[in-house]
Design a protein around this ligand. Structure first.
Ligand code: FAD
Length: 395
């Protein structure tokens, strides 16, 4: 029986798993992840702004895997390398006939940024997003004391991509709402979004809508690139200095340590090069952020949950094709628009049909997209939980 390993239970890995489960081929499938959960990064902006509880931003992987009733296994382990048909992890070694690498990416911090410890974080891990949320909740609590509330507090969000914008907008809306609902304790909290571009690559009209919304919320836009971070100061490329009490880094991504250490061909930024069937080698595939994905014309595809999901499906289908000794299918990954949360019940949906939907209608669509993804997974995990419990009771 062929052994298939999916490494990484994020957007790409989960789609690969669901796709493999939809086939009746005899195979041993193992999903390996360093965590026991799939972190719904696309909803982290709501977690940070305390709008949703932690369980709404994760899918528990052991119960999800059990729900397929296919004998698929979940292993929580951290991959270190690949050696002659074996995946080498911290706790063990796992032989495979086919491997799908779906390890995503990590925040690319500026030098010195991470060392700032508790007061400067990214949001690409659930742990970090949770720390950001807890930090701000504590700060809001402390500000109920008049002496503290009088003090100004500067938050720097570094990076004008999707994640930086969503976090800055949602937090500012949260602080505005908190001030209105409770007391005048947040008036001195300032959020600066520092970036040389706002949503680079997006059309001008959409960028203008985003900028107007950020202005209306009271987010200060600083159009510059951060060159250095030292002692709670962001030094900009024009030598200006922005002081911060807390900084969130959303300025870019890089491959995980696992991918960095692999000796396969990489893109300039260090992501795995794949052929049009998403193969790194004859029996190793790469999907999602971990891969240097290209469209049909060879143009780079931005790293998004959408591209991760589509590539996960294709890689899994090509594993099945290889097992059946059939021809693989070429990837044709397409971005089907973009939905950007801009604080409260306001979102901008950039449709692939050349028009945008902004405001409450955009927010309803954005929420619809998130729920459409999440609800089936939550239902599957609930089914898996029930199956595991029934099994335990029988034993
Ligand atoms: C704040 C924020 C907002 C976003 N909003 C959107 C949005 O609105 N729309 C959109 O399309 N995209 C959005 N994105 C981008 C999207 O989240 C990523 O592109 C997507 O998560 C990539 O999916 P993936 O499967 O490649 O990786 P991930 O989802 O990151 O999953 C990778 C998995 O691999 C595991 N892993 C990594 N290394 C190892 C190892 N060595 N051993 C074992 N396991 C390992 C990790 O634990 C993780 O579970 C957003 C990102 C952020 C941070």
């Amino acid at each position: 029986m062929k052994k298939v390993i999916i490494l990484g239970g994020g957007y790409g890995g989960i789609k690969a798993l669901e796709t493999l489960a939809s086939y009746d081929e005899e195979m041993e499938v193992v999903l390996i992840d360093q965590h026991t959960y799939h972190y719904l990064q696309t909803e982290s902006y709501d977690l940070v702004a305390s709008k949703i509880p932690i369980q709404n931003t994760l899918i528990y992987l052991p119960t999800l895997v059990a729900s397929f009733e296919k004998g698929f296994k979940f292993v929580s382990d951290t991959a270190k390398g690949i050696e002659e048909g074996r995946l080498i992890c911290e706790k063990g070694e796992y032989p495979f006939d086919y491997l799908i690498i779906a390890t995503g990416s990590v925040t690319r911090f500026l030098e010195g940024f991470e060392e700032k410890g508790e007061r400067s974080l990214g949001v690409k891990s659930l742990r970090a997003a949770l720390k950001v949320k807890q930090f701000f909740e504590t700060e809001l609590f402390e500000r109920l004391e008049p002496q503290r509330a009088e003090k100004s507090f500067n938050i720097a969000v570094i990076g004008g991509g999707l994640s930086g914008i969503e976090i800055a907008a949602e937090m500012k809306e949260y602080f505005n709402r908190y001030t209105k609902n409770n007391a005048l304790t947040c008036g001195n909290i300032k959020i600066s979004l520092i970036s040389s571009h706002i949503l680079k690559g997006l059309d001008k009209k959409s960028q203008e809508t985003v900028i107007a919304r950020l202005h209306s919320l009271g987010v200060t836009l600083v159009k510059s690139r951060v060159e250095e971070v030292k002692d709670n100061v962001a030094v900009l490329d024009d030598k200006r200095e922005i002081k911060f009490d807390f900084a969130i880094f959303a300025g870019g991504i890089e491959p995980s340590v696992f991918v960095k250490n692999l000796r396969f061909e990489k893109s300039e930024k260090g992501f795995l090069k794949v052929d049009r069937y998403l193969r790194v080698t004859e029996n190793i595939f790469a999907v999602g952020d971990a891969a240097d994905l290209k469209d049909k014309n060879g143009k780079s595809i931005p790293p998004t949950a959408q591209s991760a999901e589509q590539s996960g499906v294709i890689a899994a289908r090509n594993v099945i094709a290889a097992i059946k000794k059939e021809s693989p299918i070429a990837a044709d990954i397409k971005l089907r628009g973009l939905a950007i949360a801009l604080g409260g019940r306001y979102a901008l949906v950039v449709t692939p049909f050349g028009f945008n939907i902004a405001g409450v209608a955009g927010w309803i669509i954005k929420k619809g997209i998130e729920q459409y993804y999440k609800i089936p997974l939550k239902l599957k995990a609930a089914k898996g939980y029930k199956l595991i419990k029934e099994c335990e009771e029988r034993e």
